[in-house]
Design a protein around this ligand. Structure first.
Ligand code: ACO
Length: 381
C-alpha cells in the first residue's frame, strides 16, 4: 500500500478488529468485566474453574457442570512422559517461557482432535490444554530447582493442585485462595499482544495448540508479561518505606519507568491491582511481616501524587510479584503462571473468533524504492 494520505496505526493502537462477549474494560473508570460479571465479584465469590467455564461457555455453570469440569481438569492434568523427559533435558539456562512454549507445542500431536476446529472439539481441547499447563508450570519449577517432579493429585482443585505439585504438600487455605484469585485476575483481558497473536494464528484455520503457542511466545516479551518480576526487584531494592520517596523521585528524574505502574488501557487504578493489594495485606497479616507492604504502599502514594494526574496508577503487576514472593514462588515462574491463567482467555478468544472467522491480514505502507534495474551479481560493485 502506498500514497501520502495513508494513516498508519502503529501497534494497531485503538484498532477494533472483532466483537467479543468475553471481557469489557473501561480504562478511564478502572472497570473490568468478564462475560458481564464484575471482576470484583468473580474474585470474591468464584473459583478459577468456574471462570474457565464462564469464558468457554459464556455463562456460569450449574453445580453438575462445574463438578464435571473439575473432574475433567483433574483427569487431563498428566502430560506424556516424553514431554517431561524433553523438559528435563532442556539446557539449565533455558528461559521458562521457552520450555513452556515448546512443551505446549509438543502436546498438539498427542491430541486426537488436533485438526478438528469445531466449537465442541475446541472446548474439549481447551479443557485438556488448561489441565496440562498447570502441570507444565509446576514441573518447570521442580526441574529448574533440580527436584523430582510431583505428579498431579486426583483430589485437589486447580489452584491447590498447582501448589501441591510445586511444594509437595497440601497448601493452607489462604495460599490456595490467593493462587485461585491470581488465576482469576489473570484469566482474561480482551486483546493484548498475546491474545492478538493467538487470533492471528487461528485466523488461518491453524489449530488451537498452535494459537496458544503464539500467545505464549508473545507473552514472553518484557513489554507484556514480566513487569511484576521487575516491580518486586524494585521493592526489594528500596527495602523500607522511609527510602521510597527518594528512590522514586531519583528514578523519575533519571527518566526511568517505575515497573508495575501505568497501562495502555487503564488510565485509572487497575481494579485487579486493588484486589491483589487486599490479598497482599491478608498474607502480611498471616505472616506478621509488614515491611514490603508498607514500602509498596509508600511507593504507590508517591507515584500517585507525582503521576496520578497523568493517568498513571498501579497495574496488576505492582502487587502480584510481592504476593508470589511471600508464597515462596521464584520470580522466573511469574510469567509462566500468567500464561497458565491466560490459557483460559486465549482459548476462549480462539473459540469465539472461529465462529465468525476472518483471516487477519493487515497492510504495510511501502516506503522503499520501485523500478530498480536488476544487476547480475558479477557486475555489482
Ligand atoms: N513510570 C514512569 N512514567 C511512566 C510510566 C511508568 N511506569 N508509564 C508511563 N509513564 C509516562 C511515560 O514516560 C510518558 O510520559 P511523557 O508523556 O512525559 O513522555 C507517559 O507516561 C505515557 O507513556 P506511554 O509509554 O506512552 O504510555 P503507554 O500507554 O504506551 O504505556 C506501559 C503503557 C507500557 C504499560 C507503561 O505504562 C509502562 O512502561 N509501565 C511500566 C511497565 C509495566 O508495569 N508493565 C505492565 C503493564 S500491565 C500488563 O502487561 C499485565
Amino acid at each position: 500500500m502506498s500514497g501520502s494520505d495513508v494513516v498508519i496505526h502503529k501497534g494497531l493502537e485503538n484498532i477494533i478488529i472483532t466483537e467479543t462477549t468475553l471481557s469489557y474494560i473501561d480504562g478511564e473508570k478502572g472497570i473490568l468485566y468478564y462475560a458481564g460479571y464484575p471482576i470484583e465479584d468473580l474474585a470474591k465469590y468464584s473459583t478459577f474453574e468456574e471462570v474457565c467455564f464462564l469464558l468457554w461457555y459464556n455463562r456460569l455453570p450449574k453445580r453438575k457442570e462445574l463438578d464435571d469440569l473439575k473432574k475433567n481438569l483433574i483427569e487431563n492434568a498428566d502430560i506424556p512422559w516424553e514431554i517431561v523427559d524433553f523438559m528435563k533435558k532442556t539446557p539449565k539456562n533455558a528461559h521458562p517461557m521457552d520450555i513452556m512454549k515448546t512443551a505446549v507445542s509438543a502436546l498438539g500431536p498427542y491430541d486426537p482432535e488436533l485438526e478438528d476446529n469445531s466449537k465442541e472439539a475446541n472446548i474439549r481441547k481447551a479443557i485438556r490444554l488448561q489441565a496440562k499447563v498447570g502441570t507444565i508450570t509446576a514441573y518447570i519449577y521442580r526441574i529448574k530447582e533440580g527436584l523430582d517432579i510431583i505428579p498431579p493429585s486426583r483430589r485437589l482443585g486447580y489452584a491447590e493442585n498447582f501448589l501441591y505439585m510445586m511444594f509437595g504438600k497440601e497448601p493452607d487455605k489462604l495460599s490456595s485462595r490467593i493462587i485461585d484469585v491470581a488465576l482469576i485476575l489473570h484469566a482474561e483481558h480482551e486483546l493484548p499482544a498475546s491474545t492478538t497473536a493467538a487470533l492471528t494464528t487461528i485466523s488461518t484455520l491453524s489449530d488451537i495448540y498452535s494459537a496458544i503457542v503464539s500467545g505464549i511466545a508473545a507473552l514472553k516479551g518484557p513489554l507484556h508479561g514480566g513487569a511484576n518480576e521487575k516491580a518486586l526487584e524494585m521493592l526489594k531494592e528500596i527495602k523500607t518505606p522511609e527510602r521510597a520517596e527518594e528512590y522514586i523521585k531519583k528514578a523519575l528524574a533519571e527518566k526511568k519507568r517505575i515497573m508495575g505502574f501505568g497501562h495502555r488501557v487503564y488510565k485509572a487504578y487497575d481494579p485487579r491491582a486493588r484486589i491483589f493489594k487486599e490479598y497482599f495485606r491478608k498474607l502480611c497479616e498471616q505472616k506478621n511481616e509488614w515491611t514490603m507492604y508498607q514500602t509498596a504502599e509508600k511507593v504507590e502514594e508517591v507515584m500517585i501524587n507525582l503521576l496520578g494526574k497523568k493517568g498513571i496508577f498501579p497495574n496488576i503487576d505492582f502487587y502480584s510479584g510481592a504476593v508470589y514472593d511471600m508464597l515462596g514462588i521464584p520470580s522466573y515462574l511469574f510469567t509462566p503462571m500468567f500464561a497458565m491463567a491466560r490459557t483460559s482467555g486465549w482459548t476462549a478468544h480462539v473459540i469465539e473468533y472461529l465462529q465468525d472467522n476472518r483471516l487477519i491480514r493487515p497492510r504495510a505502507h511501502y516506503i522503499g524504492q520501485l523500478d530498480l534495474k536488476y544487476i547480475p551479481i558479477e557486475q555489482r560493485e
